[in-house]
Ligand binder design. Structure first.
Ligand code: ATP
Length: 312
């Protein structure tokens, strides 16, 4: 799947600005970004529901606007807001939906896969919000698609339901499916996806595996200030240090090197480093550095997809 130089405006709003990347076959690909970043707009273009003003997309080698049923049969789509037939049972609803596809998965296995086994004969209108999201997923999967688009699949889930949804998505990936999902959720971006594209204000701000993106992020070192002030530390540690809530906080590129200097200084000067903590950056740090949190952070290095890749 490729996205090439895609731009899209709604009147004065530039929802997408020359966005380009490739999704590899069999990966879980995340689109991460704050509200209004352009994630849903991009997903709709990939699904064939939106037209780019500029640029193009290819999905399974086809133009989604022109491919019609040939492509639709191979896509599974879970929108942010689904509409249901509330007076059908879960089983009836999935069976009815399966009728739209040339071939469909066995309905009872599917119900078990998404964890609705106990609700198989319940009316759809009686399902909780989280259970309806699981039904969404079952409906997207019933045609045994090659590519699955999930728009915020775990929004509103409790931790247990979220973990279950993640397992289902991983199982789908392991079965060879390609999954593209949008998310606001940092844990989801870090723990579930193989690669993530960060969209900000319609532009592609960063793309890579979570580990690649985090490798460019600063680490944090902190200890209780007691009677130490940032200025007591040797340069260049002093430049990287700030007093935050009674703690000295340092944001450093090389945590090992900084710790070496810090502990050397403490020993030479008879100082303790009470409650010393080192934290590795996580996706939230990356995200905040991109969306410009109030606290100054180091600029993120922007990476592009590299090397030859199989795309769909
Ligand atoms: N049909 C539309 N008409 C007018 N503006 C739109 C339309 N669809 C999207 N937009 C605008 O385009 C921008 C991108 O919206 P989009 O829904 O793609 O963002 P998003 O990243 O999916 O946000 P969220 O996380 O809130 O779902 C927003 O400013 C939105 O208001």
């Amino acid at each position: 799947m490729t996205v090439s130089g895609v731009s899209k405006s709604f009147g004065p709003v530039r929802a997408l600005r020359e966005v380009g990347f490739a999704v590899r076959r069999g990966e879980i690909f995340g689109l991460l970004g704050p509200n209004g970043a352009g994630k849903t707009t991009l997903l709709e273009i990939l699904e064939g529901h939106g037209v780019p003003d500029q640029g193009s997309v290819r999905v399974l080698g086809m133009d989604p606007r022109k491919a019609g049923a040939r492509l639709r049969d191979r896509l599974g789509i879970v929108p942010q807001q689904a509409s249901f037939e509330l007076y059908l049972t879960v089983r009836e609803h999935i069976l009815a939906f399966g009728g739209y596809y040339r071939s469909s998965l066995p309905v009872d296995e599917l119900i078990d896969l998404v964890g609705l086994g106990e609700k198989r004969r319940s009316l759809v209108g009686r399902l909780s919000g989280g259970q309806q999201r699981r039904l969404d997923l079952a409906l997207a999967l019933v045609g045994d698609p090659d590519i699955i688009f999930l728009d915020e699949p775990t929004t509103g889930f409790d931790v247990q339901a979220r973990d279950r949804a993640w397992s289902v998505v991983e199982a789908l990936r392991d079965a060879g499916k390609t999954i593209v999902l949008t998310t606001h959720n940092m844990d989801e971006a870090q723990q579930l996806v193989d690669r993530v594209a960060v969209l900000y204000d319609g532009s592609l701000a960063a793309i890579g595996t979570p580990a690649e993106l985090l490798a460019d992020q600063a680490s944090r070192i902190g200890f209780r200030a007691d009677d130490t002030a940032p200025g007591d530390l040797p340069a260049p540690l002093a430049d990287a240090a700030r007093l935050e809530d009674g703690r000295i906080a340092l944001v450093v590129e090389d945590a090992a090197e900084a710790l070496h200097e810090l502990t050397g200084w403490a020993r030479a000067n008879g100082r303790a480093l009470p409650d010393l903590q080192v934290s590795r950056p996580d996706v939230e740090d990356l995200y905040l550095s991109i969306v410009g949190a109030q606290q100054p952070r180091r600029e993120t290095a922007l990476t592009t997809p590299s090397g030859a890749q199989t795309t769909e």
